[in-house]
Design a protein around this ligand. Structure first.
Ligand code: AMP
Length: 301
């Protein structure tokens, strides 16, 4: 039985960066998350794709033994996202979003399956709510979610509802500001916590991450990289490392959360070193531990 379920998008991305363009490549919030989390625990992926989705992309997920029983294929075109990064590579500018098969998607958990850990990756908050209603609490020990400005702008009411039911939210700094109308990130996190989750994680791109858990606070810098090619999926890869590690430890406390955030940062640092999922595909388990050790040394005094 897969301990961790991720629901989100499996996508065809077209990405422009100062280092080159990658049209029609493999992406999606759930795809990046699942690939990253699979280094820590067994993962099941729930999503929808269209008939145009290449089988070879599914094979990439199979490389990590990700359970694909709930990756459904329906008539129509796969969700597509087109984005562009400027020179600082910190934030993506969305050029185009085509929801396609997502528009009629009704996610459904397989009969008799209940995940212990559920990650609601970036997707329509109505779909996130539908999944929240299908899991059996407290057998599902942790529900965490992500979102982005597209949904904050289009479906804020549904997102506020999602927030009431999740234990953790992982968002980036711009999303936290957009969502709360608060420019100060500490105040924004406080406001989010008052409206639901005990744990708020705010990613600040190359500048690192803030973790707020109950009344405790932790901060990590970004891992200093010389080679950054494509930040697409960094947030989802980060979340995959965080939740994957927590599912592996199977105990949610501040100590494990701090380590989880460090593992998430390490996973994201690998992902940005190449386009799409290419760097993660070459990643060896020992490289994760080695970089974690380097990271520990550089942020410890
Ligand atoms: P990030 O980790 O934030 O860089 O997420 C990048 C991934 O999010 C891309 O692979 C996109 O396919 C996916 N994505 C972009 N826009 C949306 C959206 N509105 N809803 C869900 N997923 C999205």
């Amino acid at each position: 039985m897969n301990k961790l379920l991720v629901a989100g998008t499996v996508a065809i991305d077209s990405v422009e960066t100062p280092f080159g363009n990658k049209p029609e490549s493999f992406g999606g919030s759930a795809a990046y998350f699942a690939y990253s989390a699979s280094f820590f625990t067994s993962v099941k992926l729930l999503a929808v794709v269209g008939e145009d989705f290449p089988e070879e992309y599914k094979d990439i997920l199979r490389e990590r033994k990700i359970e694909l029983e709930d990756l459904v294929t329906v008539k129509g075109k796969t969700f597509r996202w087109k984005g562009k990064y400027e020179y600082d590579l910190n934030s993506a500018q969305t050029l185009d979003t085509q929801l396609n098969v997502l528009l009629d998607f009704q996610p459904k958990l397989a009969e008799g399956y209940n995940p212990e850990y559920l990650f609601l990756a970036n997707i329509d908050p109505e779909l996130q709510l539908s999944l929240i209603n299908q899991v059996d609490r407290p057998k599902t020990k942790l529900i965490a979610c992500d979102t982005m400005n597209f949904w904050i702008q289009n479906k804020i009411d549904k997102l506020v509802e999602v927030l009431k039911h999740v234990d953790m939210i992982i968002v980036n700094d711009a999303e936290a500001r957009d969502f709360t109308g608060q420019t100060n990130l500490v105040k924004a996190a406080k406001l989010i916590k008052e409206n639901g989750p005990d744990t708020v994680i705010i990613k600040k791109g190359e500048h690192g991450v803030f973790l707020f858990h109950e009344n405790k606070f932790f901060s990590l810098p970004g891992y200093p990289l010389e080679e950054v090619y494509d930040p697409t999926g960094a947030g989802d890869t980060f979340a995959g490392g965080v939740i994957g590690y927590l599912a592996k430890k199977d105990r949610i406390n501040f100590e494990n959360l701090k380590k989880a955030v460090a593992y998430g940062s390490v996973m994201a640092s690998f992902n940005v070193e190449d386009f799409s999922m290419e760097r993660l595909r070459r990643l060896k388990e020992n490289e994760i531990e080695e970089r974690l050790e380097l990271f520990r040394k550089l942020s410890n005094f």
